[in-house]
Ligand binder design. Structure first.
Ligand code: GRG
Length: 295
């Protein structure tokens, strides 16, 4: 199957997988459930679930065993977007080509949407999976909790908020992004791996190296897109980093060097996958998609 067909198939699977887990808009509290569905369904590239399924393929996992993890990681991602868009954080009005959750509903509802999506993420990951070892499932829960908590995504967001208007060194910028964006991308890759045949220690280290590199790569490209693409293409407000005087790879390195950095990280990610051979085909293709995407 060519990459585009695989990606569309898995995006469709991700959408249906999320849809099944979302509380119906007809069940009380209706407004909260309507807003949760509004935020989570019908948009986004689904990069994190795609990474889960791709690593699931690498370890020979049945996609049915990957569904819980793929939903969990996307639900955490959507919660972070809803909270990030709130007036007390990034204060944005456009997300995934439509009004942000607090604009469409209200701030308090958007806050609760994020909270409830986070709970639903852990509920999804804790669900029984036929043939899955309970100890392994606990490791997965721990991984997602750490990746999204104060030593992961939420911590990265705290550093990001504190960095507005500050000048950071390249290593400080990397530290922020490894946490804010990279931790969840890494978790997506590793959670997929947990769903299949166990990897030996060396292969795990190798995959972890790929996962961390892909996380940083995603953010460097996000910075480049924020400075170069337009709002209609991105489906979110373009050029916000400069307006908010936020440190990014582009304003620290300049656009040409930021693109060189992305090229370097792409090469490093492919090298990290090389020992896995054909089994890592989808992860390699996703790496290219992360770099070559236009939104
Ligand atoms: C509020 C705890 C908390 C965390 C927020 C992820 C995040 C932390 C904020 C989002 C702000 C942002 C633009 C981060 C840069 C990278 C990123 C996560 C971009 C959006 O992800 P995509 O491109 O979005 O995968 P889609 O809509 O395709 O899912």
């Amino acid at each position: 199957m060519d990459f585009l067909t695989w990606m569309e198939t898995m995006q469709q699977r991700s959408e249906e997988n999320l849809e099944r887990r979302m509380p119906s808009a007809g069940i009380a509290p209706q407004r909260l459930h309507t807003a949760m569905r509004y935020a989570a369904l019908g948009g986004g590239k689904r990069v994190r679930p795609l990474l889960c399924y791709a690593t699931g393929e690498l370890t020979g996992a049945d996609p049915l065993r990957v569904d819980n993890a793929a939903a969990a990681v996307e639900l955490i991602h959507v919660y972070s977007l809803v909270h990030d868009d709130l007036p007390c954080m990034d204060d944005d009005v456009l997300r995934r080509g439509k009004p942000t959750c607090h604009v469409e509903f209200d701030d308090a509802t958007a806050l609760l949407v994020g909270d409830a999506l986070q709970s639903l993420a852990f509920q999804s990951l804790a669900k029984n999976v036929p043939g899955m070892d309970a100890a392994r499932q606990l490791d997965m829960l721990l991984l997602l909790a750490q990746a999204s908590g104060s030593r992961g995504m939420a911590g990265g967001q705290a550093i990001d908020l504190a960095a507005v208007g500050q000048s950071l060194t390249l290593s400080e910028l990397e530290f922020m992004h490894i946490h804010k964006t990279g931790a969840l991308i890494r978790a997506a890759v590793l959670l997929g791996a947990y769903c299949g045949a166990p990897l030996d220690a060396a292969a795990w280290v190798q995959l972890d190296h790929f996962a961390k590199t892909a996380g940083l790569l995603f953010q460097v490209v996000d910075d480049i897109l924020d400075s170069e693409a337009d709002t209609a293409t991105l489906g979110k407000t373009a050029g916000k980093d400069a307006v908010h005087n936020k440190p990014t790879y582009v304003n620290l390195l300049g656009i040409a060097q930021a693109k060189e950095k992305a090229a370097e990280l792409r090469a490093q990610a492919h090298s990290a996958l090389a020992p896995f051979g054909l089994a890592a085909r989808r992860l390699g293709e996703l790496t290219n998609f992360i770099v070559d995407r236009s939104f």
